[in-house]
Design a protein around this ligand. Structure first.
Ligand code: FAD
Length: 522
């Protein structure tokens, strides 16, 4: 075995010289194939601002390929960095592996590979719940299509955009408007297969190898590579009533958002609660606003948002089926009548469940057609404690931003008790906290200084500096920090636990070096 590992190690070292990509199955004894190809395909990501070309790419055909590669590095006197790449939709090179190997987790038809010999759908008699086992490189859109087609089922907790990999979102948290009720995606996964930084393939769950299970969830790819995830399912609704209402008063807006996420009854609550901020140009630049269209213009001035004012849009959905379609209007009306929005500002649309969940893809296709998807994205995502969200509004939405946003700004609250404190993700220490997401696109050719990458990046720094100075105790979601002391501050009281987990599961600092948390050992 040792000579095979050495052989593989040699190949990894040779790759920069001959410019090859590792592909599973050429190197027969190790089940690793080598194919001529370029490594530049994984040198950047959705953020488009970092470039790092790995020495090699591995296209695994099984978890064992991943285990062999990691073990090769682990046993080598000169361990090399290894990072998994899901769909490369990070912003700051998090899935890169400078001077190392990127594992391209994407694969075709993996759900059927994993499930072909089992009866469908899968039911857990202990949890009284359906579930599906998926390859971690699978995209959520494929998971959804498959579960809908096999029993009319669907995962419970989502991201707004479905062309993200299961392993990629589970390494962060995975949040959207369902998180207030179901918790993030990492609260809706029951079991994982993980290859640790020692090259061991381990099955883990709340009951089995639980330290690894919790470490990996929200673990930023630091403790192991997830190869299989067991995702909790529910019966999928057929249709979705999607409602948006506007506010000019921030206090009324957040009071209503927080009220909506406090409702627990399965009948008298919305199924999804989000929101976004609209400054003067916001509606035009909000590529997610598929139903504020030019044929349905919103006159900001008529709604109290004129003269540099800011509007806030509360967004909700109510799921329903044919059998309860007759009552959906009444259910929505009853929930809306408790809210304090601008009366003339209700916008409603009705979609299938799939159309609703896949809504951002529609916007993606439009932006792609205009060449506006593959531009730099200096995104900033923050968790803001509910007690300080009004200060954030004053200082940032109505302060630092001026009247330019260069993309959507999301804002929605979540309940802390739906997050498991044992996972690696860090959230504010309050019962309710908000996600504020600045999803901006830099357009350096637009001729407008406020749309350049430089300007937007500087503004992000200003926002972070404002939060620090005002003691807002915000945390970055999808975090990016430059130094270990910044990371230490990010993790706060959980830093020691994070470090100990690293020492246990990836003692040679092989994994996830693109995050820049630990320096790889040489
Ligand atoms: P990658 O960028 O490939 O990887 C991200 C990190 O996870 C890297 O550190 C990588 O090494 C690690 N990783 C990847 N796969 C594995 C694995 N199998 N095992 C261990 N580590 C792994 N996030 C939300 O929560 N909610 C949203 O609504 C949302 N919307 C988005 C919309 C768009 C258009 C984009 C671009 C991003 C959005 N995100 C959202 C952010 C997204 O969840 C993260 O960027 C996520 O990391 C992307 O998944 P990916 O598969 O592209 O991961």
């Amino acid at each position: 075995m040792a000579h095979l590992l050495f052989l593989s190690f040699l190949i990894c070292r040779l790759i920069p010289i001959v410019g090859l990509t590792l592909h599973s199955s050429d190197l027969l004894p190790l089940q690793l194939h080598i194919h001529p190809s370029t490594t530049s395909s994984v040198s950047t990501d959705f953020g488009g601002t970092t470039h790092s070309t790995p020495l090699a790419i591995l296209h695994p055909t099984s978890p064992h390929d991943i285990a062999i590669l990691i073990r090769t590095s682990y046993l080598s006197p000169h361990p090399f960095p290894i990072s998994a790449r899901g769909h490369g939709h990070s912003i700051n090179g998090q899935a890169s592996a400078p001077q190392g190997v990127v594992i391209d987790m994407s694969r075709d038809s993996v759900i059927s590979d994993l499930t072909h010999d089992r009866p469908l759908p899968f039911y857990s008699s202990t949890r009284h719940e359906y579930y599906v086992d998926v390859w971690a490189g699978e995209l959520w859109i494929n998971v959804l299509s498959w579960t809908l087609a096999n029993g009319g089922l669907a995962p419970k907790s989502w991201t707004d955009y479905l062309y993200l990999s299961v392993g990629g979102t589970l390494s962060n948290a995975g949040i959207s408007g369902q998180a207030f009720h179901h918790g993030p995606q990492i609260s809706n996964v029951h079991e994982l297969d993980v290859v640790t930084g020692k090259g061991e393939l381990v099955t883990c769950s709340d009951d089995q190898n639980s330290e690894l299970f919790h470490a990996v969830l929200g673990g930023l790819g630091q403790f192991g590579i997830i190869t299989r995830a067991r995702i909790a399912l529910e019966s999928a609704p057929q249709r979705v009533r999607w409602i948006r209402v506007l506010y000019s008063n921030f206090t009324a807006f957040t009071k209503d958002q927080e009220r909506l996420i406090s409702l627990h009854s399965d009948f008298k609550r919305f199924d999804y609660v989000e929101g976004f901020v609209i400054v003067d140009e916001g509606l035009i630049n909000n590529w997610r606003s598929s139903f504020f269209s030019p044929s349905n213009p919103v006159k900001m001035s008529s709604l109290g948002g004129a003269n540099g004012g800011v509007l806030y849009c509360l967004e909700m959905t109510k799921n329903y089926n044919e059998y309860n379609a007759h009552s959906v209007d009444q259910d929505v009306e009853e929930l809306l009548k408790e809210l304090d929005f601008i009366p003339a500002s209700i916008f409603t649309t009705d979609l299938t469940y799939l159309e609703f969940l896949d809504r951002v893809h529609k916007a993606e296709l439009k932006l792609r057609a205009k060449g506006l998807w593959e531009v730099p994205h200096p995104w900033l995502n923050l968790f803001v404690p509910a007690s300080r969200i009004a200060d954030f509004d004053l200082g940032v939405f109505r302060g630092i931003l001026g009247n330019k946003t260069s993309g959507p700004i999301l804002i929605y609250p979540m309940n802390k008790h739906k997050w498991d404190d044992r996972t690696s993700v860090v959230t504010p220490e309050e019962d309710v906290f908000y996600l504020v997401a600045f999803l901006r696109s830099a357009l350096d050719d637009s001729g407008e200084p406020s749309k350049t990458l430089k300007h937007l990046s500087r503004e992000n720094q200003e926002i972070l500096e404002f939060c620090r100075k005002e003691g807002l105790k915000t945390r970055q979601y999808l975090p990016h920090h430059e130094t270990q002391s910044e990371w230490q501050h990010h993790f706060g009281r959980n830093w020691d636990r994070f470090r100990h987990r690293k020492a246990e599961f990836d003692p040679k600092f092989i994994l996830g070096t693109g995050q820049g948390i630990f320096q790889p050992s040489s």
